[in-house]
Design a protein around this ligand. Structure first.
Ligand code: TXA
Ligand code: MG
Length: 317
């Protein structure tokens, strides 16, 4: 399953047994490893090692007030870090392993280094479905903090070569598992007692959450920025981005969808899941093309379309 991309960095390793063992060892000794998940590539480190966590923030150039997601191999492991009430348990049982991050109160004995949660009394937890990330969790025996493996504010990586092009000389060992299946980051749900709030739309849709929990998500009136990564300008390509464009100018790289062909079409058949999986690669392509701007065709707001439009709005602001 080594990647099909043709310019991968020297420190990119194919997904095999030796590479996995070497990666687990590096993590145990406090080093970073870039690893694919079903959403995007993550920049992983031992969540309990303060120096390793500091290295994540340094490598990404990430502000230290923006907390990290901790990846676990199952719900039992997650319970060591976070308090799962009935609603949180239901979410985990229904959607894990998978692209859902659940924010719950930290346990009194939570082993995560304080910088992981950036001083909050809550923690973001996710049990990923990707077999490579799962094997790494099991082999290392660690809880793995992992933000997306790009420089802070940049476009998330969905293939191994995006990691090396974003992190450059700061890139650690990269495990190449090929392209990520979902292509947009996990849905983030904050548990608020018996209620829940969607902090970041993602592959698990609002409709799926509402069906599973039997009630709508709360929309907070005071929507303060509790999830700092949710600040507006994010995923920013270097070029200006225009949205809902049916006809681009000659200077623009046009990302198409459905019948709007464009220079590069996210899904000719209008399939939103396919479009999500291709979104960040298209933004990377558009950004490195000769065009002076990027135009994007309209994307329906239904299902995972909400996550696509969320990322596009951030890219355009
Ligand atoms: O799909 C994903 O979630 C990927 C893969 C690697 O798992 N990871 C990812 O991490 O997208 P990152 O760091 O790029 O985004 C994490 C988001 C940030 O917006 C951060 O502010 C938020 O999670 N977050 C983390 N802990 C939080 C907490 N305790 N309360 C609220 N938001 C939190
Ligand atoms: Mg990110």
């Amino acid at each position: 399953m080594s990647g099909s991309n043709n310019h991968i960095a020297d420190n990119t390793e194919p997904y095999d047994k030796e590479a996995l063992a070497a990666a687990a060892q590096r993590l145990q000794s406090g080093k970073l490893v870039a690893v694919p998940t079903e959403t995007v590539y993550g920049l992983a480190a031992d969540a309990s090692n303060a120096d390793a966590i500091a290295d994540i923030y340094r490598t990404k150039g990430r502000p230290d007030f923006n907390p990290l997601i901790v990846h676990v191999s199952n719900l039992a492991a997650a319970r060591k870090l976070g308090e799962f009430n009935a609603l949180a348990t239901r979410l985990a049982e229904q959607f894990w392993p998978g692209p859902l991050t659940i924010i719950v109160p930290k346990t009194p004995v939570c082993p995560a280094a304080p910088a992981v949660t950036a001083g909050l009394d809550t923690i973001a937890l996710r049990c990923p479905a990707h077999p490579l990330m799962q094997k790494l969790l099991q082999l290392s025996g660690l809880f793995l903090a992992a933000p997306s493996a790009n420089k802070s504010g940049g476009i998330s990586p969905t293939i191994a070569s995006h990691v090396s092009s974003s992190l450059g000389n700061d890139a650690p060992m990269i495990l190449d598992g090929g392209p990520c299946h979902s292509g947009v980051e996990s849905t983030i749900v904050a548990v608020r007692g018996d209620d829940y709030q969607i902090l970041r739309p993602g592959p698990i849709t609002r409709e799926e959450l509402e069906t599973a929990l039997g009630k709508p998500a709360i929309i907070s009136a005071s929507d303060k920025i509790e999830s700092p990564g949710q600040m507006l300008s994010h995923y920013a390509p270097a070029k200006p981005v225009r949205l809902n464009v049916t006809k681009a100018t000659a200077q623009e790289y046009h990302i198409g969808f459905g019948a709007i062909e464009g220079d590069h079409n996210l899904s000719k058949s209008g399939d939103l899941a396919e479009a999500a999986s291709k979104l960040f690669a298209a933004l990377h392509l558009a950004d490195s093309s000769a065009s002076t701007g990027i135009a994007v065709a309209p994307i329906p707001e239904t299902g995972i379309g909400a996550a696509i439009n969320d990322r596009l709005k951030r890219a355009a602001s």
